[in-house]
Design a protein around this ligand. Structure first.
Ligand code: SD4
Length: 290
């Protein structure tokens, strides 16, 4: 059967999927597509959940989490890294140029400089002013689909039928200093198995880590579930551990080897973007709570 390239990502990131599609259409690899795709959001100052412009931790420092995974199961990640505009590219360097999978904090930043990345100020005036405003009450309460709304996880299949994925975020706004979410954790925020498919997550990362969400979804697809069914089961596992309080958002997206996609979330409001021969589509996601 003919292999059709496709890229999908969390939320309605039109420009990111357009970039990924450009790479795929030109015959590029899924790995290049997901890296270059999510870089669009890392560079967008108006996205306050990813890269430059991201909301800071409670001390006013923007700390970034990202990971990437390729068709051979190689992966790389950076955790809680400051002052570098494209954490996904540093994650890729960790994957390709070191014997390690994860680098954190100062070590990750130092490694980035060694690889030629420039030091940049990630805290924009807008995010700084909002943080100063937040400090007046210092109340830590994420607002569903509003605050922390824009983490990008992307999955792609290239012309060869190979799958890769990437995920990148500034994490939860006003988090504790040093806090790391699901997004750079292989198996939690992202997982790819080139024989089966891939999955990635957005939302309250702590809950995704507790259930190793993306790995779970890929394993469920291995057992025969469709991407849609697997995402639904992934969300249900989280609900089962949070029976008394489902007042938070999690969204999963998944793709299988055939290029079939699916998504599921807790709260209404989540969508995912897809770019393939079939067009550039924003899919509304079905939700556990209606
Ligand atoms: C985190 N999962 O750091 C990320 C946040 C997120 O859209 O997805 N925001 O927990």
């Amino acid at each position: 059967t003919e292999i059709k390239p496709i890229a999908i990502c969390t939320w309605n990131f039109e420009n990111a999927t357009a970039k990924a599609w450009e790479v795929l259409k030109a015959g590029g690899s899924a790995l290049d597509a997901v890296e270059q795709g999510v870089m669009v959001e890392e560079a967008d100052e108006n996205n306050q959940t990813v890269g430059i412009g991201g909301r800071p931790d409670r001390n006013g420092n923007v700390t970034l989490d990202s990971c990437i995974m390729d068709k051979d199961g190689n992966c790389g990640a950076v955790l809680c890294m400051q002052n570098i505009a494209h954490p996904v590219s540093v994650a890729r360097k960790v994957m390709e140029d070191t014997p390690h999978v994860m680098l954190a904090g100062k070590g990750a930043e130092q490694f980035a400089y060694e690889k030629g990345f420039e030091k940049v100020n990630l805290l924009t005036e807008k995010s700084k002013q909002e943080w100063l405003e937040w400090k007046k009450t210092s109340q830590y309460k994420p607002i569903i689909n509003i605050e922390n709304h824009d983490t990008i996880g992307m999955l792609a299949i290239d012309r060869n039928g190979d799958i890769s994925g990437a995920c990148t975020t500034s994490g939860m706004a006003y988090k504790y200093a040093g806090r790391v979410g699901d997004s750079p954790i292989i198996g939690a925020g992202l997982f790819v198995d080139n024989e089966i498919g891939g999955a990635t997550a957005t939302g309250v990362g702590e809950e995704v880590v507790r259930t190793v969400g993306s790995f779970l979804i890929v394993e469920l697809m291995r057992q025969g579930k469709s991407p849609q069914e697997a995402c639904e089961e992934g969300v249900k596992r989280i609900i089962a551990k949070n029976k008394d309080n489902t007042d938070f958002q999690i969204g999963f997206i998944a793709i299988n080897k055939k290029g079939e996609t699916g998504s599921f979330c807790i709260q209404p409001g989540f969508t995912y973007r897809q770019y393939s021969e079939a067009g550039h589509i924003n899919h509304p996601s079905d939700s556990f709570i209606k």
